[in-house]
Structures are given as C-alpha cells and as structure tokens.
Design a protein around this ligand. Structure first.
Ligand SMILES: Cc1ncc(COP(=O)(O)O)c(C=O)c1O
Length: 441
C-alpha cells in the first residue's frame, strides 16, 4: 500500500537525498511523501521496485506514445546500438526522421534536432530573434514551455502578483531569472482576443515571436479557440512578428500535429517527447527562410546550433520507428480510447454525485473536480479542495493498479485496449465512491 515509509521506494528516496538535492534530478517525479521507484515496463504497464504493476497513464509525461518496450522501437534501438551509438558525423537516420516530420507537419519546411523540448523551444526563440532582429518574446499566461529563461515566466502566477487581467504581469516562474530577461518577455491573456491584440499591437516593433501551445497541458488541456489563433496569425503576419507553436506536448493531437487539426500554420514549431520514441529529443522546425539562420554552409553563420548529442543516431532510430507506427489510423484509434476514458470518467464522477469535468483531446485527458467551465488560466478552478480530491484519488489509483499524473492528467499509449480503459474506470469508480462518502460524512 502507498504510502508505506518502510517500503523500498521510501528507502531509495532517503538514499537518493543523501547525494541529490530533493533525492533525484527531476521536479516532476516528486510525490508526497516519496516517489515510487520504477523497475521495468512492458506495453501499457510499469512495474515498481517492489514488483507492483500498474497501468501507466504518465507515459513519461507523454513521450511514450507506444508505452514501454515497443517491439519496433526496441528493434531499431538494438540494431542502431550494435552499429553506432554516437558519432561526430551526421547519419542517414537523421535525414529519414527529418523527412518524415517535414512531410507531415505543414509549417515545417526544414528542421533541426536537439535533446529536449526545452532546447527545441529555446532554439526557436533564438532563431526568431536572429531572423527579425527584435528582442522580445510573448507567451500566454499559464502555459509551460520548458526551462529556457525567457519563456519560464508566468507559468503558474498567483493572484497576488499576476497583475491586470487584460495586461498580465511578467512573473518569473523560478528564482534565477533576471530582471533583464523579464523585460523582454511579454505575457498574453489566453483566449482573450481583444486584450491580446492590443498587447501585440503595442509591442509590434520589438516583438520577435509569439509562442502559443494550441492545447495547454498545464491548463487542463484547454484549447486555444480558432478565432484566437487566427487573430494572432493575422496580427503577427502583418507586423513581421513570427508565430511559433510549441507542439512538444500537443503533437499528440493528430498526424499533421496540432497545427494540422486547427488549420493555422505557424512560422516555427517546437517538437519533442513522442518524436524521440522514448529517448531524449527536441526539435525546432519552420519556414525555410527562418530556418536558414541555422545554415552553417552560409557565411556569416547567424545562429550557431551545436550540441554533442543533437540528432544522435539512437534517438533518431527510436524516433523514426515510433513515428512510422503513428499512422493516421493509429491516431484515430488512440483518440477513440481517449474518448472512452473521458466519457467514462465523467460518468463515474456524476454517478457518484461528485462535481467535475473531464477535458482534453485525442490521447490527452485531464480531470478536475469542479463543474465550472474555463478558457484561460485565471478561470481555472484549481482550489485547495479540488487539489486534495485529485491527490486522494491518485493515491487510491496507485493502490488499485493505475498510475496517473498526480494533478489529474492522463496520457494514453497505443498498447492500451478498451479493457485497460474499463479496468481504469473501475478503479476510478471505487476511488470516487470513497471520495463521495468522505464528502458526505
Ligand atoms: C509544451 C511543452 N513545451 C516544452 C516542454 C519541455 O520539454 P522537455 O521536458 O523535453 O525539456 C514541455 C515539457 O513538458 C512541454 O509540455
């Protein structure tokens, strides 16, 4: 049973804390009172160090779209490892993955690879600044785009410092971001067309790029309205500002990416997660003339993009094998399972008399124990009570064979079946019965 302070995971956490601040190297894996340590994974299930198996809806925060030990990905990695682990030369497999992605994503004529979504975003920002010669970047309040300084602002600001609703303050999301950086980062109110237009117009001469994620994971997968995206596209095009879609997460939305689904084409796209087949990856793609800033055959070189592990053949081979399996049919099947899960969670919530809504699209699912609709960060109904209910459910699920992201996010993988979804819903039902009982006691 979790939590159990005598468990092997609890002991490993204590051991890790002696050599790493916080016990490990990644803030997102922390869980109170200790994280559960994983030992192995197969298909849609992961087994912990004590041999307990759970259906995995974390999927390494989305990157494992084929779950664990996908046979084609494993075969590609094994074959590649036997031939060439890493090398200080380019390889064929990098071209093959680049061809696949440039074929599929409408806004990507050319692409460069790196090793994390954060780097994919960072290089997109730098390319935009180099291309336009302008200093500022804009992002929406409440969105997360990785840990590059200019974009790690106003990710989860609090009412005490978030400023005017129509003109949000730029709030550092972490210590260590300097005033100079904050001055060049502009924050937009998500889905507020008039206010966003006014901010863009007011900054038109200084803005290099507007970064938008069409489906914001940190906001319960709330989607940008088509009108909002079309307005930003129109204003940016008119003023020579570049539009960047951060599809590191939302590339799950469809075969042609989120941009293919929403029908608005950005100048730059950052990618990561699923395109690496489970290995570390990031990418920056975009219009040929913008991407030319990275062209090291041109002198003078405008943006130097190096990286010991950029496009390393292991990641490229894994990514190619993973993405080749993501056919249009695979996206449709996964979206169908997502719908079954969203409908089922909603039904279970309401059958148990609990308030709540289930959000998301395709294989991305988010649940909130609150009926209130929302379309931007400030409307998010994330009060203490909702957080406590989700956390209690998450803990119940851990003890009933299911692992989800502790604040109520679930990502699906292709090895999942309807039976797995129904098993999950049964665990949700028993958990929500307990929550409903506690609420009425
Ligand atoms: C939308 C978005 N952009 C960028 C990133 C950063 O990617 P990475 O964690 O690979 O650096 C993430 C990570 O969750 C993300 O969700």
């Amino acid at each position: 049973m979790f939590p159990d302070l005598s468990s092997l995971s609890a002991q490993l956490f204590e051991r890790g804390r002696k050599v790493m601040p916080g016990g490990n190297s990644r803030v997102g894996v922390m869980m109170e009172p200790y994280p559960i340590y994983a030992a192995s994974g197969r298909g849609c299930r992961v087994t912990d160090v004590e041999g307990i198996e759970r259906i995995d809806y974390i999927n390494n925060w989305s990157s494992l779209i084929h779950g664990h030990s996908n046979p084609a990905v494993l075969a590609a990695i094994t074959d590649q490892a036997q031939r060439l682990l890493a090398v200080g030369q380019p390889t064929l497999v990098e071209i093959e993955l680049a061809e696949l992605l440039t074929d599929r994503v409408p806004g990507i004529d050319l692409i460069r690879f790196s090793n994390s979504g954060s780097e994919g975003v960072l290089m997109g920002l730098r390319a935009a600044k180099a291309f336009t010669g302008r200093p500022k970047v804009a992002k929406v309040e409440g969105a997360y785009h990785g840990n590059a300084d200019p974009i790690e602002v106003s990710v989860a600001p609090s009412p005490t410092d978030w400023g005017d609703a129509h003109h949000p303050a730029t709030v550092a999301a972490t210590d260590g971001i300097t005033r100079g950086v904050l001055q060049d980062s502009i924050v937009l109110p998500f889905n507020d067309i008039a206010a966003t237009r006014a901010i863009l117009e007011a900054n038109k001469d200084d803005l290099a790029v507007v970064v938008v994620d069409p489906v914001v994971s940190r906001m319960g997968f709330v989607q940008a309205s088509r009108e909002y995206l079309e307005m930003i596209r129109e204003v940016t095009a008119r003023h020579g500002i570049l539009l960047m879609f951060d599809e590191v997460f939302s590339f799950r939305m469809g075969y042609h990416g989120a941009q293919g689904e929403v029908g608005v084409i950005p100048d730059i796209t950052s990618l990561g997660k699923i395109i690496g087949g489970g290995l570390p990856v990031g990418a920056t793609g975009g219009r040929a003339d913008v991407m030319e800033v990275f062209d090291q055959t041109k002198k003078p070189l405008r943006v130097e993009h190096g990286g010991t592990y950029n496009a390393n053949p292991m990641t490229m081979a894994a990514g190619l094998a993973a993405m080749q399996q993501m056919t249009p049919e695979a996206y449709v099947r996964l979206a169908g399972l997502g719908e079954r899960l969203r409908d089922g969670i909603s039904r279970v919530m309401h059958d148990n008399g609990l308030p709540g809504r289930v959000h998301g699209v395709a294989s991305m699912v988010a649940m909130i124990f609150n009926d209130a609709p929302f379309s931007n960060y400030r409307e998010l109904p994330l009060r203490r009570r909702e957080a406590e209910m989700i956390y209690a459910l998450h803990q119940h699920l851990l003890n009933h064979g299911v692992t989800i992201i502790p604040h109520g996010m679930l990502l699906l993988s292709t090895p999942m079946t309807e039976d797995d979804i129904d098993e999950t819903l049964a665990a949700m039902d028993s958990g929500m019965k307990l929550l409903a009982g506690a609420a009425s006691a």
